[in-house]
Design a protein around this ligand. Structure first.
Ligand code: DI6
Ligand code: FE
Length: 401
């Protein structure tokens, strides 16, 4: 059988759902044609391929290309100074209420043009790619006006023309209240739903819609209005939920069949049950947990027992998670949240794809999926989770290239 490329002599972690654990296969091969996987499995079971090109993996491990399903990669400026304030004792919420926080990044983001935002985001994207990421979700949410949210989403889309990666965009207009709407958060939500979302949907700039449901963000009632507007435009929703307090946003998200609910440190058992019933992915963000020195853990055992799929993401953002490493994210998920190695690997591949509604497209090594691979110089998959600050990526393949 003809194929474009054949990777031979590999050990595979297929992450295919029907395989136990991470789907380890010794003596594996992967065949690709037109950017898609034709076959992934044991050489002994493979058809006889006639490849244009053969790559001998010399026993290396191949996992699906990594997926970061929650980032705020496009923003202007940085918040190193706020970090210093926090080190001196100020809390994240105090800084936010004093006009710092998200609004300070909003100012820097509004001041930057689209080219500058692309240029600022590229090194962050490159850091993810250097560790084998092939799909990255990027949210708006630092423009906070029609003009600037559109600019951010266009910048995010443009990143996909600059690098061989799949970029998935999310409109997060309801991230924070911009100063010009001070005292009128309902008015701002009118603007998000009535003007921003329709214009963004018309330009095809967003694949999903998100909101920050929080004491310092938006109420569940306001979040519901954002979700209704998203639904009216045929866009799936997801939510920053129960990060700093329990607002019961997760149950609301579940009632809208959200792709994912993210953070979840303050999630209660009713929220867990609602997620399980609606098939909502729990996207955990251990980088943010670490960086804000949170001590309350997401209810991992309850999520696991209820069969809620668990994804992991960097939450790369300048305020609470200036993190651009999925390898370190896995290490933190294991160390801080006690996820197993298998759960960590599934969290940045199969379950991350599911959190983006891309389970049919990427996230596992299975025939028919995009040929997104990460090839590693490791002896066992646990090394990807165990080491800190070390990158054993040997090669990365996106869409067969
Ligand atoms: N939750 C977070 O952790 C980030 N956004 C959000 O809704 C923080 C964003 C920032 O501080 O800039
Ligand atoms: Fe976030």
């Amino acid at each position: 059988m003809r194929c474009d490329r054949l990777w031979t002599n590999a050990r595979l972690a297929t992450l295919a759902p029907e395989h136990p654990g991470i789907g380890e296969i010794e003596g594996g091969v992967i065949a690709a044609q037109d950017g898609r996987i034709l076959f992934a499995g044991a050489a002994a079971q493979a058809p006889a391929f006639a490849p244009d090109e053969t790559v001998d993996c010399e026993g290396r491990w191949i996992t699906p290309g990594l997926i970061d399903p929650h980032t705020h990669l496009v923003f202007g400026g940085d918040r190193a100074q706020e970090f210093e304030m926090r080190l001196a004792g100020a809390s994240y919420e105090e800084i936010a209420r004093a006009g710092g926080g998200i609004v300070s990044t909003m100012r820097a983001t509004r001041a930057a043009d689209e080219d500058a935002l692309v240029a600022a985001a590229l090194p962050r994207l490159d850091a993810l790619i250097a560790e084998g990421a092939t799909t990255v979700e990027i949210k708006s949410g630092y423009g906070l006006s029609l003009e600037h949210e559109i600019k951010c989403l266009r910048a995010a889309r443009r990143l996909a023309t600059k690098r061989p990666a799949r970029i998935v965009t999310t409109f997060l207009g309801a991230h924070a209240l911009p100063p010009e709407w001070a005292g009128d958060s309902d008015g701002y939500i009118d603007e998000v739903c009535g003007r921003m979302l329709p214009a963004i949907a018309a330009e095809g700039l967003a694949d999903a819609v998100d909101a920050f449901c929080e004491g310092i963000g938006f109420t569940p009632a306001q979040t519901r209005r954002v979700f209704e507007a998203a639904q009216a435009h045929g866009l799936p929703v997801k939510l920053h939920a129960e990060q700093l307090s329990n607002q019961h946003g997760t149950a609301l998200a579940a009632s809208f069949r959200a792709l994912s609910a993210d953070h979840l440190e303050h999630l209660d058992m009713d929220g867990v049950a609602a997620m399980a019933r609606a098939g909502v992915v729990a996207t955990l963000l251990p980088g943010a947990f670490y960086f804000v020195r949170e001590t309350r853990l997401p209810p991992i055992d309850a999520l696991r027992d209820a069969g809620v799929p668990i994804a992991l993401a960097t939450d790369c953002n300048p305020g609470t998670s200036p993190l651009t490493s999925l390898l370190l994210t896995m290490n933190m998920a294991a160390t801080l949240f006690r996820l197993t190695v298998d759960e960590c690997l599934a969290g940045v591949t199969r379950e991350a794809a599911r959190a983006l509604g891309l389970a049919g497209e990427t996230g596992t090594l299975e025939a028919g999926k995009a040929c997104d691979l990460a090839i590693w110089d490791i002896e066992r998959p646990a090394e990807l989770v165990y080491r800190m600050g070390f990158n054993p990526l040997h090669a990365r393949v996106w869409s067969g290239k």
